[in-house]
Design a protein around this ligand. Structure first.
Ligand code: MF3
Ligand code: CO
Length: 251
């Protein structure tokens, strides 16, 4: 069941989204050659705590850290460690913040120093795939319209689509109905309604679609070792479209 949020709940989700965005800004400041992914985790954990909030990911199904940091061929759920970022890496940072029981969820992929043109292409078009999906986020459209727009954009740009992981509803639980695959068929699935809160999150690869899980039981990597990018926003469906919750006004 896809629940419709009340105005009061949307206000709380907006604050959770805003704090998620501010945490991203904090982490972004630390992304440079030589920093460890643990240091990024600490920057996020300290900031989230300073705001009186908690990480949505810490202890989620036993997840051991506050954020996910996935480098190069790591798609998602990279566990922060002593790994140092190197010139030419791309790094996906996924952050969830819980404010008064409501979650924000957002991911962004950043270059470390100067990166190759093909990695820049991957990042540019994964971000644009997110916005192609969001263009379809309005009342009366169907969920499949969002999924199909992302999948078509990815295909048109010859990027691999991760099929095992999906976007999702967001509320008092980090993952609520519906599941939102990054491919699909226009005109199918549930009708979108004002007050639905959705996390849309294309995960696209420079190579094929296939992914595998590492022995740590968390990190998802591309099977062909190709780089992967991840862009995610939590949005609310409004009267005539959508509003991004994981930004602040003016961004
Ligand atoms: N951020 C993931 C998502 O976008 C969920 C990560 S849960 C964790 O849905 F436990 F792996 F952190
Ligand atoms: Co998500």
């Amino acid at each position: 069941m896809i629940n419709i949020k009340s105005d009061r709940e949307i206000e709380l989700l907006k604050e959770a989204g805003r704090l998620t965005y501010l945490t991203h800004l904090e982490v972004k400041k630390h992304i440079k050659v030589g920093v460890t992914t643990n240091e990024l985790d600490k920057a996020a954990a300290d900031f989230i705590k300073s705001q009186g909030c908690t990480s949505s990911f810490l202890n989620y199904n036993g997840y051991p850290k506050s954020i996910c940091v996935s480098v190069n061929d790591e798609v998602v759920h990279g566990i922060p460690s002593n790994r140092k970022l190197k010139e030419g890496d791309i790094v996906s940072v996924d952050i969830g913040v819980c404010y008064k029981g409501y979650h924000g969820d957002s991911a962004w992929t950043y270059p470390v120093g100067k990166v190759s043109d093909d990695k820049l292409y991957l990042m540019e078009h994964t971000q644009k795939a997110l916005y192609a999906g969001l263009e379809q986020a309005k009342p009366g459209n169907r969920l499949g319209d969002i999924c199909s727009a992302i999948g078509t954009y990815a295909k048109d740009h010859k990027l691999g689509i991760v099929r095992e992981l999906v976007g999702h509803g967001v509320g008092t639980k980090l993952h609520e109905d519906p599941e939102i695959p990054n491919y699909g068929v226009k005109g199918t699935g549930p009708v979108l309604k004002k007050g639905m809160v959705l996390a849309i999150e294309p995960m696209l690869n420079l190579g094929g679609d296939a992914v595998v899980m590492l022995d740590d039981d968390w990190t998802i990597v591309t099977e062909d070792y190709s780089p992967s990018a991840h862009f995610e926003h939590t949005v609310v469906i409004t009267d005539d479209g959508y509003e991004i919750l994981t930004l602040t006004r003016g961004d």
